[in-house]
Design a protein. Structure first.
Length: 320
């Protein structure tokens, strides 16, 4: 970011990932505003040095904030992230993930924001991929309204880039886990398993437990956000020219995840099995060659990341 202090808006900055990202921008010396409606985020996650605005991203007041502050950079983490919620209420999913995004983009267009970092999803925009690990160029065939809204978000951003000159980068995350995580979404299984291990409750495995995901520690996600906030971008090209998968490139099964958590925690309360969940993807792992070519790399192994996460959850229980 050319070593200049920037005015950064982090939406969803009271949430699990967004709060870590806000911390990182502050550590780089930037001024940070957090917009979050606290529907899933927590006020205590917001960094003390950030300016907090409690509101919905679709609220007209957000546009007034753009006019007052004049943001240099938007990091957009606020979203409806639950696949099952998107299936049961696709209109709600679209209202948050599309209309909320458009409210932000109109504010950015009106006030000359330089760049948007958009959180997409490597776990859902590709649907059931045929290639593993899956590259950014793979066909986009989402199988849920959530996946459709994330892909549509990228299409809207491409429009604003082509027509209005608004720079953006889309980060297609794997299944993110780490400290401050709530037990929501597929990567929420780490928080769920950790809590059950601490309670001495058997871990519930859906299906045979051989379904795999690309579990990625939040510290590596933050590093990717910082990198793309300042990197030079290609001109022209389609969606994939400014999209980057963020993951480990490794598929970890639920069974292996449970084994590893039991090892790092020292608890083994046993396991129970339930029928497979309808519509669940069988496998997902991401090809991160393009992001690695920009100088990014994974700094956390599965074991080290799970140990950090488990200890955070355990310490949190001790202080409540």
């Amino acid at each position: 970011m050319n070593d200049l202090r920037k005015k950064v808006l982090v939406t969803g900055g009271a949430g699990f990932i967004g709060s870590h990202v806000a911390d990182a921008y502050l550590s780089q010396g930037h001024r940070v505003w957090v917009v979050d409606d606290l529907s899933s985020g927590k006020r205590e996650n917001v960094p003390a040095e950030a300016t907090f605005v409690e509101t919905d991203i679709g609220d007209p007041a957000v546009r007034d904030l753009f006019r007052t502050i004049g943001f240099d950079l938007i990091n957009h983490h606020a979203a409806q992230i639950d696949v099952r919620t998107s299936v049961s209420d696709p209109q709600f999913d679209a209202r948050v993930n599309l209309l909320g995004l458009l409210n932000l983009l109109e504010g950015a267009r009106e006030t000359g924001t330089g760049r948007v970092v958009f959180v997409s999803s490597g776990g859902v925009v590709y649907g059931e991929p045929e290639t593993f690990p899956t590259p950014e160029s793979a066909p986009k065939l989402p199988l849920s309204p959530y996946g459709v809204s994330k892909l549509t978000g990228e299409l809207y951003l491409n429009y604003y880039r082509e027509i209005h000159g608004l720079e953006y980068v889309a980060l297609r995350y794997g299944n993110v886990y780490g400290p401050r995580q709530d037990p929501h979404g597929e990567a929420g299984v780490v928080a769920i398993f950790s809590s059950r291990l601490l309670e001495g409750t058997p871990l519930t495995i859906f299906g045979d437990g051989e379904q795999t995901r690309d579990y990625t520690f939040v510290g590596d996600i933050v590093a990717a956000n910082m990198l793309v906030s300042e990197m030079a971008l290609e001109s022209g090209g389609g969606l994939d020219s400014v999209a980057f998968n963020v993951g480990t490139g490794q598929g970890v099964s639920v069974n292996v995840l449970a084994d590893t958590l039991e090892t790092v925690s020292g608890f083994q309360p046993g396991r129970t099995h339930e029928p497979p969940r309808p519509g669940e993807l069988r496998h997902s792992r991401l090809d991160t060659t393009r992001l690695r070519a920009q100088g990014w790399d994974c700094g956390w192994t599965l074991e080290s990341g799970l140990k950090e996460t488990f200890e955070h959850i355990a310490n949190g229980r001790q202080t409540t």
